[in-house]
Design a protein around this ligand. Sequence first.
Ligand SMILES: [Zn+2]
Length: 183
Amino acid sequence: MAGQVRPITLVGTPVLHAPCRHVEDFDAALAELVDDMFASMYEADGVGLAANQISVDLRVFVFDCPDADGTRHRGAVVNPVLELPALEDRRLDDGDEGCLSVPGPHARLARPDHAAVQGFDVGGKPVRVEGTGLLARCLQHETDHLEGRLYIDRLSARARKKVLKEYEAARAEAEESLASGGQ
Ligand SMILES: [Zn+2]
């Protein structure tokens, strides 16, 4: 299962800002997509990746992410449905969040500290992934992606503007160093 690394789509690309389609066929093409998603996620040093982050508008995400106890969880979920604790049982974790599609900046974003996702594995078998800590954040972040939502869409207008400004500055710097033959 050596997937191919594909380029990561960046904020502003239409495929990132529209809901993805349900997966109907659990076929070889889907397995190949998941392999490519893992390869692309590891190449980018991410803990999760949604299909539309490599330009495919299907409801699939992959993850390789520690939970609050430091236990590593790895898998792929197709057609995921997010489950959050009832409002009265919800505790918020206001940790930092970032996104491979908005490379550079991070921002503090409060999210429930416990989340689960129901869906299917790459072979079509039902799966449920439950997580705390970073994994809970990751499950919410990735299901958001499949709805066409980025984490910056959940920030205040002011915080969002700050993140986008930092992102643009980091990009301009990268382009400048590329143009001058730097690394
Ligand atoms: Zn992301």
